[in-house]
Design a protein around this ligand. Structure first.
Ligand code: KIV
Length: 261
């Protein structure tokens, strides 16, 4: 699984056979430039979902429910999840949180919309967790995650993202659940892995988390291309002969004559 928020990258992810594309609320940080994912709204994320839908034919498409789009009431959660499917073209939604979001999960999945859970570090409520801290470091904390995972499974999730959970806890949770786990910073024993696209491509310059692998540093060639472009425009070497459209010579002569009259 990888995140995508636009048509070109979802086309590429789909073409290389990525099983699932997540239109994550990380969109708020890596594309919109917010400091956290908290400000992201339904009105911001739905157009990104539609663009991803247009680029993808095979991958399972999952929309990430923004902070406060599923917490207020079950009715609100179902209505917003429905918007992801009807207006955003998504096939499933993801919600952050442990047992406290089980009623929302139950309501959404009872309405016929598949739900992916997300426990461990939950960026929408990271303040409550004291920041982005690795979860499941102690037996008690591991047990808490275990109980959260089981409550979500009982509520009807089809899988669970484990973010920044110790490898030992993630392995035990994975072995216990009957639904798959998708890890991000949670080690090698999850059933699948997810990364934020801009971390994979080196396009998010503010920071790269320890768990992310940068497969390419695209910021460099982009910077280089834009530098060359602006230089060529300033020096007059772009556009060149090969980029221009021409008029017939008789039309040109007529136009010049018009200018003189
Ligand atoms: O928003 C996001 O990209 C996510 C992934 C990190 C799982 O929730």
């Amino acid at each position: 699984m990888v995140t995508s928020y636009d048509y070109p990258t979802s086309t590429i992810a789909d073409a290389v056979g990525v099983d699932s594309i997540l239109v994550g609320d990380s969109y708020g940080m890596v594309v919109l430039g917010y400091d956290t994912t908290i400000p992201v709204t339904m009105e911001e994320i739905l157009p990104a979902c539609r663009a991803v839908r247009r680029g993808s034919t095979k991958s399972l498409l999952i929309g990430d429910m923004p902070f406060m789009s599923f917490q207020v009431s079950g009715e609100d959660a179902v209505r917003n999840a429905g918007r992801f499917v009807k207006e955003g073209g998504m096939e499933a939604v993801k919600v952050e949180g442990g047992r406290q979001v089980a009623p929302a999960v139950e309501a959404i999945s009872s309405a016929g919309i598949p739900v992916l859970g997300h426990i461990g570090v939950t960026p929408q409520t990271a303040t409550l967790q004291g920041g982005y801290r690795v979860q499941g470091k102690t037996a008690d904390d591991g047990e808490r995650l275990f109980k959260d995972a089981l409550a979500l499974e009982k509520a009807g999730v089809f899988g669970i993202v484990l973010e920044m959970v110790t490898e030992e806890t993630a392995k035990l949770v994975t072995e216990t659940l009957s639904v798959p786990t998708i890890g991000i910073g949670s080690g090698r024993y999850c059933n699948g892995q997810v990364l934020v696209l801009h971390d994979v491509l080196g396009l998010y310059q503010k920071f790269t988390p320890k768990f992310a692998k940068r497969y390419v540093d695209l910021a460099m060639p982009i910077r280089d291309a834009l530098q060359r472009y602006s230089q060529e425009v300033r020096t007059g070497s772009f556009p060149g002969e090969e980029h221009v459209f021409r008029m017939d010579t008789d039309q040109r002569a007529k136009l010049e004559a018009k200018r003189k009259t």
